[in-house]
Every structure is written in structure tokens, then in C-alpha cells.
Design a protein around this ligand. Structure first.
Ligand code: BES
Ligand code: ZN
Ligand code: ZN
Length: 489
């Protein structure tokens, strides 16, 4: 899809169809040129309502307000309404609220994210007619903005949304296609396309690095584990940030086997890994002034003669011993070693890990919200603000002094599950915290994306299946931290 900005009013632009948002049921706005027809047909402009008038070549959509998320959802609905219709070009004005560029970006993001479909395994693929969307230089509220900024922000929005769709595609790929090795091959391909450095450690190299917790998780699989490390190096970076992703290409639960109903969708247990690939993809294409390391612990948690077992005691890379009481709490074992690797080898300024770590996080926050955990309040608040600005949902889950005790083991330094059935998302994060060195405690944040990464129904501009959770949040945080000036929202 091509997005074009034209320094002309909507009327001056030629296109097959015009997209008109009816904001807060306001049918009196000058852009609503078919008021009588709309009223005759009973269109009120309620949120989510849409009406296509072929005679006047206009598509109307009811939108609640000018909030950027409402605009994203509306743009997504517009693309869905135009699917299977033979319009090749569409035009739309701008719907600005506070920040001139936020809503221009939201239109592009909503259109790209809402237009996504995963049809690789279908014989009959939906036909796509729409190839171009033209944004005009005319605003709903008569707010002035710079065309240069509009063009630049539309490009950025396209990069981020396409990176999100790249992540969705990878996560949606089934576990008979994506294994730790083929995931590494996707990373190598991305590295080649985006001029990134890429190193892949195989099981022998993981052994040399004493990553025994990670290795134990992958041991029963016919598809051996891989540590995947991508690096984006701009000139004169302002900082170095590591994004660490849980890459379980399948999580059967291992010997603590998941019940059948819970096992389905566990191809999505690689969502954190795919998200960090999406973040480094977008960051490199946007040429952000930050060195970025994307590090993935990729393994398959399976059952076999060589399975790791409840009762095993594992020694992690940092020398800590772990009593295994549940082989389904495997993500934290892979991440423990991967986090140690990142601190020892990369020494970044910040570490952000993304993982579909716990069902408990989904219980706590619902399916749509990312759980944010860590020791540093300010860092977490910045992540929450970035989430809000990006259109992703995130909420903090607080550590406290009592919860760490639930991870105590009688026979090893720590246990891989909590002794309580409550607060599981936080105790999982506290387990990870045991593998974060003192000097990194306030420079680390953990994002549990178990809820939004993969949802088996459409929501907003997200499709059935993978959503690409974490990419937009991650990029927005980097921009707020290292690109925008203080005035920018
Ligand atoms: N990958 C799962 C967590 C998960 C659950 C992700 C649902 C997405 C949707 C993780 O490895 C897991 O199995 N966690 C266990 C931990 C428990 C054994 C302490 C869980 O959440 O039940
Ligand atoms: Zn598990
Ligand atoms: Zn898992």
C-alpha cells in the first residue's frame, strides 16, 4: 500500500473514493456532503457505523472522538469496508486534535494494521484492490500543520506498522515451520536486508557459555535451541539498549504437560522474540540514534527421553542453582540465562525483555494489556506513557517485599515456580530479577505480553491471532527517550 501526502484540499484531490469520518455524530460538518442521504438511510454516525454511498463516491464512518486510538480504529474499519470493493485509490483529510502529527500517523497505522490478514496457508486469497491512500492538506478542526512533518511522520508510521505486521506474520507461522533454527534464519535474513550484525549460537556454544537452564528447556526437542543476537549500530549512538525476547517456538509444557485446550496457540510463545525482531527492524529503518541489541532465547519445550524434569536442579550461567518444580515455567529459565548473557557480553544502558511469560498476567489484566514490571518506578512510568502514546495498553504490576519469599527453595538457590497460586505474573518477574545484577536492577524492565500477543478474536485494528504486541510501544519509548524533545507528547 502506498501512502501519499498532497498539499491540496480534499476536493482538489482525485481518487476513486473519499473516506469521511463523522466525529461525535456531527453531520453538520462541512465535510459531510451527503447529510440528507445519510439521514434518509438512518446513518447517525454512531461509533463503528459505516455507510458507503457509491453514487457520490464517499465512505462514511462514525467515530467517537478525535483521540488517536479512535482514529486508528476508524482507519482500520475504513480499510475493512473497502475490502473486496474495486476502488484502487482513496483520499482522506486530516483529523487533528492536539499534536498535529499524532493523528496523521494514526490514519496510516490504522490502515496498515487493519488491512492485515494471514492467508499464507489458504488456497483462495482475498483480492486486494486498494493500492493507494492520499492524505490531503485540510484539517477537520482547521489546525495548521507543516506538510514536511506530515510526510515524515507518515513514513515513520508506515515503518512501524509494517514492522508490526512482519511480527504478526512470524508469530502466526505454525510450529512445524518455525523452529529455533528457522527463526534464526529469519533473523539472518532481516540482518542482511537491514545491514545489521547477526550472531547465532548453537547448542554447543550455549554449553560453552554455561547456559544450562536454557539448554535444559530445549533438550527433549528434535529442534535444538539457538541464541540469536542482532545488532543495529548507528553512527554516534546516544545510548545502547538491549531488547530480550522469549522465543519458545512451541511450549507443550514439557513433562508438566499442558492440557490439550491450553496447548493450542502455544506457537505464539515466540511472540517476545518476534517483537524484538520487529523493534530492531523498525528502529534501523527509522535510523534511530540508539545502538540496539535484539537477543532471543529460542527453544522448543517438548517431551522426550531426554526431557528435563520436575525435581531437576539446574545451574544457570551466573552460577545460581534452580530447583525445577514445573517444566511449564520454562520461559523464565531460558530468559534467566539470556539475561545473564546480555549483561555480561553487551553491557547495555537499558534492558527490556518481552515475553509471553504467564497466564497469570492475562488473569490479572485481561487479554489486551501488557504487564509492566521492574524495580525502577520512573522507567516503568516512561514505558506506560510510551504505551499510551503508541496505542498499546499497558499497566504496572507492583513488586513488594513479601513476594520474593515465595520463590525460596529448600534444595537450591531458587525455585522456578512460586509456592502460592496468586500473583504469578509478579513472581515470574521476580524470578527473572534474580538474574539481574545489582547495577542493572534499575535499568531493567520486564514486559509480560502473554495477553495481547495472540488473541483468538479480532479486537480494534488487531486481527484474529498475532497482534505484534510490544513493537509500537518499544519504538515509541526509544523515540521519547532519544529523539523527541521534551515538548513533544
Ligand atoms: N507460555 C506460558 C504462558 C502463557 C499462558 C502464555 C497463556 C500465553 C497464554 C508459560 O510458559 C507457562 O506455561 N506459564 C505457566 C507458569 C506456571 C507453571 C507457574 C502458567 O502461566 O500457567
Ligand atoms: Zn510454559
Ligand atoms: Zn511458555
Amino acid at each position: 500500500m502506498v501512502f501519499e501526502f498532497q498539499e491540496r484540499t480534499i476536493e482538489q484531490i482525485t481518487a476513486d473514493i473519499e473516506i469521511v469520518f463523522v466525529i461525535d455524530k456531527n453531520l453538520d460538518h462541512k465535510w459531510v456532503k451527503d447529510k440528507e442521504t445519510l439521514q434518509k438511510l438512518g446513518f447517525e454516525g454512531k461509533e463503528g457505523e459505516s455507510l458507503l454511498i457509491p453514487e457520490t463516491k464517499r465512505l462514511y464512518l462514525g467515530v467517537k472522538d478525535l483521540h488517536h486510538e479512535s482514529i486508528r480504529i476508524a482507519a482500520s474499519s475504513a480499510i475493512k469496508a473497502l475490502k473486496n470493493r474495486k476502488y484502487q485509490t482513496a483520499k482522506i483529510g486530516t483529523y487533528i486534535e492536539n499534536c498535529p502529527i499524532t493523528n496523521i500517523k494514526a490514519v496510516v497505522e490504522g490502515a496498515i494494521l487493519g488491512g492485515y490478514g494471514f492467508n499464507r496457508f489458504k488456497k483462495e486469497k482475498p483480492k486486494e484492490y486498494l493500492t493507494k491512500i492520499i492524505v490531503g492538506y485540510e484539517d477537520y478542526s482547521d489546525i495548521d500543520f507543516s506538510p514536511q512533518n506530515a510526510v515524515k511522520s507518515m513514513k515513520e508510521a508506515q515503518i512501524v506498522a509494517e514492522a508490526t505486521n512482519y511480527v504478526r506474520d512470524l508469530v502466526n507461522l505454525p510450529p512445524n515451520v518455525i523452529t529455533p533454527q528457522t527463526l534464526a534464519e529469519h533473523a539472518l535474513k532481516l540482518a542482511e536486508e537491514n545491514s545489521l550484525e547477526c550472531t547465532v549460537l548453537d547448542e554447543k556454544e550455549l554449553e560453552k557459555e554455561n547456559m544450562n537452564a536454557f539448554l535444559a528447556v530445549g533438550r527433549a526437542s528434535a529442534n535444538p535451541p539457538r541464541l540469536i543476537h542482532l545488532k543495529y549500530r548507528p553512527q554516534n549512538p546516544k545510548a545502547k539498549v538491549a531488547f530480550v525476547g522469549k522465543g519458545l517456538t512451541y511450549d507443550s509444557g514439557g513433562l508438566s504437560l499442558k492440557p490439550s485446550d491450553y496447548m493450542v496457540t502455544m506457537k505464539a510463545d515466540k511472540s517476545g522474540a518476534c517483537a524484538v525482531l520487529g523493534i530492531i527492524k523498525a528502529a534501523s529503518e527509522m535510523e534511530l540514534p540508539v545502538e540496539i541489541d535484539a537477543v532471543i532465547g529460542a527453544a522448543e519445550n517438548m517431551v522426550g527421553p531426554d526431557s528435563y524434569k520436575p525435581d531437576d536442579i539446574l545451574k544457570a550461567k551466573n552460577g545460581k542453582t534452580i530447583e525445577v518444580r514445573n517444566t511449564d515455567a520454562e520461559g523464565r529459565l531460558v530468559l534467566a540465562d539470556t539475561l545473564c548473557y546480555v549483561q555480561e557480553k553487551i553491557k547495555p544502558d537499558y534492558i527490556v525483555d518481552l515475553a509471553t511469560l504467564t497466564g497469570a498476567c492475562v488473569v490479572a489484566l485481561g487479554e489486551y494489556t501488557i504487564g509492566v514490571m521492574g524495580h525502577d518506578r520512573q522507567l516503568q512510568d516512561k514505558i506506560l506513557k510510551a504505551a499510551e502514546a503508541s496505542g498499546e495498553l499497558a499497566a504496572k504490576l507492583p513488586f513488594n517485599r513479601y513476594l520474593p519469599k515465595l520463590l525460596e527453595s529448600k534444595v537450591a538457590d531458587i525455585c522456578n515456580i512460586s509456592s502460592s497460586r496468586y500473583g504469578g505474573a509478579i513472581t515470574a518477574a521476580l524470578f527473572l530479577s534474580e538474574f539481574i545484577e545489582k547495577e542493572y536492577k534499575n535499568r531493567w524492565v520486564h514486559l509480560d505480553i502473554a495477553g495481547p500477543a495472540y488473541v483468538e478474536k479480532e479486537w480494534g485494528y488487531n486481527p484474529y491471532g498475532a497482534s505484534g504486541a510490544g513493537v509500537r510501544l518499544g519504538i515509541k519509548w526509544l523515540q521519547k527517550e532519544y529523539v523527541f524533545n521534551k515538548k513533544h507528547p
